[in-house]
Design a protein around this ligand. Structure first.
Ligand code: MG
Length: 301
């Protein structure tokens, strides 16, 4: 079918130019009728999450809100000696007259390792213990919003903070010094790191049991589900299912800080373990996304 705009009086060449312009204008117009497809770059997927944590003030406000809510919960738990935030302690009982403590994870719970994440993204490097040591040796991690205020409040109310972190035992002195530089004074007995004892594995259960023998555990605070209940190696569905019975603990005696940058949620997307290949991980991340089928767009208005 000939378009009217292609005039009989124009040369074949002029008509071709007009036709080209029409096709070009339709292509770039968008106008709700055609969906412009992005020419997706194979970007490092970690950049967006890190950018949010570095720049979005929302991240700070969520952290501050969480710690403010934790202070209120702390007062409630202090008054009710039947409360324990530890599943391990609930199993054993007999904790009512023990001195009160709160258990906190460290990284991305009390202190912020944003520059370490930023370095990995900018230099296209993966996590390695050697690289992590270079960062942790600097002892330059800053506190998360609300953390210092919460810890001061806990200590002022006679509650001992216990830090259960998967930093390794060899990092203990540096970690304590880092905490000191940001105003958190603590002892070696309060900092329980991975492999400090033979049975202190990355699963924090044995360390919670250790604390439970000495203290009544009022609250747990962390940025990973494993800071509350052991879900290591589980896929997304299984970790969801395992934590669901405790959903009401969150915001009551379990307080979780956001961490879209790393954590056990990520290998869960891959079925429980890292495949170790970027392309494969990227595909599995995309495949895991929920989507929808857009209705066909009607261009005739
Ligand atoms: Mg953490």
């Amino acid at each position: 079918m000939k378009l009217m705009i292609l005039g009989k009086n124009r040369t074949r060449c002029e008509n071709k130019v007009v036709l080209f312009c029409i096709v070009f204008l339709i292509a770039i117009s968008g106008s709700g009728c055609s969906h412009r497809k992005c020419k997706c770059l194979q970007a490092d997927d970690r950049a967006l999450a890190s950018s949010w944590m570095h720049n979005a003030v929302e991240y700070e406000y969520i952290n501050k809100s969480t710690y403010t809510a934790a202070k209120t919960a702390l007062i409630r738990a202090l008054e009710d000696t039947s409360v324990s935030a530890s599943l391990e302690q609930e199993e054993t009982g007999g904790y009512e007259n023990l001195p009160p403590a709160v258990i906190l994870d460290l990284d991305e719970t009390v202190i912020n390792n944003g520059p370490f994440q930023g370095y990995m993204v900018k230099n296209k490097e993966n996590y390695s213990p050697e690289l992590w040591k270079k960062w942790s040796d600097l002892k330059d991690a800053k506190p998360l919003a609300g953390a210092i205020d919460f810890l001061d409040f806990a200590i002022a109310n006679g509650v001992t903070p216990i830090y259960v972190s998967n930093r390794i035992a060899a990092e203990e002195d540096n970690t304590i010094e880092n905490l000191k530089t940001i105003g958190i004074s603590t002892t070696r007995e309060q900092v329980l790191l991975k492999n400090e004892h033979e049975d202190w594995t990355s699963d924090k259960r044995t360390r919670r049991e250790h604390v439970a023998r000495q203290y009544r555990i009022l609250l747990l605070l962390g940025d990973d589900l494993n800071d509350f209940v052991s879900v290591k190696g589980l896929n997304t569905n299984d970790r969801n299912e395992k934590s669901l019975p405790y959903i009401n603990n969150f915001g009551d005696k379990w307080f979780i800080l956001p961490n879209p940058s790393y954590g056990s949620w990520e290998p869960a997307v891959y079925g429980g373990h890292y495949p170790g290949e970027y392309e494969k991980e990227h595909k599995m991340r995309v495949d895991s996304l929920k989507t929808f089928v857009p209705a066909e767009t009607n261009c005739k208005h």
